[in-house]
Design a protein around this ligand. Sequence first.
Ligand code: NAP
Length: 290
Amino acid sequence: LSKTTMAVDGKQKVVITGAGGRTGSLVFKKVLANPTYDPVGVVRSEASKSTLVKDTGVADSQIIVGDILGSNGAAVLDKAMAGADSLVIATSAVPKIKPLSLIPVILAKITGKEGVRPKFTFKEDQMPEQVDWIGQKMQIDSAKKNGVRKVVLVGSMGGTQKDNFLNTIGDGNILVWKRRAERYLIDSGLDYTIIHPGGLKDDEGGLREIVLNVNDIFLDDKTGPRSIPRADVAELCVQSLGMASRRAFDCVARAVGEGTPTTDFKALFAGMTKNCDYSDMDADETLGRL
Ligand code: NAP
């Protein structure tokens, strides 16, 4: 380790963006509890900061407030990233439900009609193209500029399926933009771990067997596990800080009681020898490489 990657007390500084989010806040807390690391969280609002400070008791200086897409977004990122060893990216465009679309959903419930779903939208300037592509690209650029060694990115399963339902939400093509940021990270030269969780649940972590695979193979298996607790994803992120170098994989978790709860993450990572394939994007000029 170079001097610049060490905090004064010898701990490695880990920046967590989206630290006010549901997975990001769990990553922040796990990093805080780990004696090797010292977290710095980036959150979008003062309210998120207050919640995190109240929940964890960290110093004010360990949480930086800023909209990554705002006018001072790059400066916020550079401030957070200065002297950091690693970055965990847990930002994502957040869809909002269209309230009026709930009326047909409620009516469908009453009449027993199936397949009626609520409609979602994104704020105009916070679409997946902006948050998941531009915003994550900015984070990767800032990490590189500031000498950050490792980037752990929380993406999503489904990225190989252009017609995946998640892409239709708010006309956002969220998986397309996430995948573009992932390929940008791979091409950046930084060390990385890209984690694609299945459906996220708020269940307790550490109770399930985590299973890894690649290229959305889990989605082809209609009877196998397809979801994972956010707490288990957060644990994968923290473990990836010191392992899983230049890796990209999908993850799900078996039901509690099925299989053995995962404790040996080194064996878990070593057991999946394949990496997700991004070669379909080789000719993608929008990556800014050409
Ligand atoms: P989440 O709670 O939606 O958190 C996302 C965070 O990103 C929020 O805290 C949000 O801030 C922050 N953010 C968004 N735009 C920002 C900006 N411009 N500047 C600064 N911060 C910004 O996340 P989650 O549900 O735990 O999901 C974690 C990841 O897993 C996401 O990438 C998600 O897409 C992915 N995923 C989700 C599912 C699922 O089933 N939901 C499945 C697979 C993968 P605010 O708190 O201010 O909004």
